[in-house]
Design a protein around this ligand. Sequence first.
Ligand SMILES: [Fe+2]
Length: 199
Amino acid sequence: MQTKSAAPAAATRPKLSSQPWLHQRGVEIQAFGTVRQFPVALSADTRLYSCQRLNQLLADSQILVALYKKHHWLMRGATFYQLHLLLDKHAGEQLVLIDAIAERVQTLGGVAVGDPRHVAEITRVPRAPDGCEEVPAMLSRLLEAHELILTDAHEAAARTAEQGDDGTNDLIVSQVIRTGELQAWFLAEHLVDTPLVRA
Ligand SMILES: [Fe+2]
């Protein structure tokens, strides 16, 4: 009579452990600046080009987020509270944006720039002083970063559309440009020298 097979002897049983495999290292499995083959009806050249343009926008936008947080922290003066909150709101919106840009790079088979030190090598946004600038200078600095990104975004949107990458064009136009323009408006209004009480 067939009996239920007994559990394997301890000696033959694979060694089980709940110990995590720590301190692992591996080879780089995709180089930055390359694309994998993805079936998204876009040529490798088109996807490679879009990834390069998107990574530039991604690096500059990550620096913009950092500048917004820096200035959110360092804000001062009579309009401290309003600007402190506004700059944090803009930083949060840019954070959503950079995630969308990064995921577009991945969608196209590329590698999104992530490490802040790599970002610093790529960005064209000028570095702010380590200390604190006057409030109007902080706002001007943010506006200039916005305009640099917007200039690049308009050009990248046109070129990616020419190459048939409608998804990247749509992301740049509907998210990068629209968000950037709106935030620039909110900032610029704080640099209008207008009387507060008496005309
Ligand atoms: Fe905060």
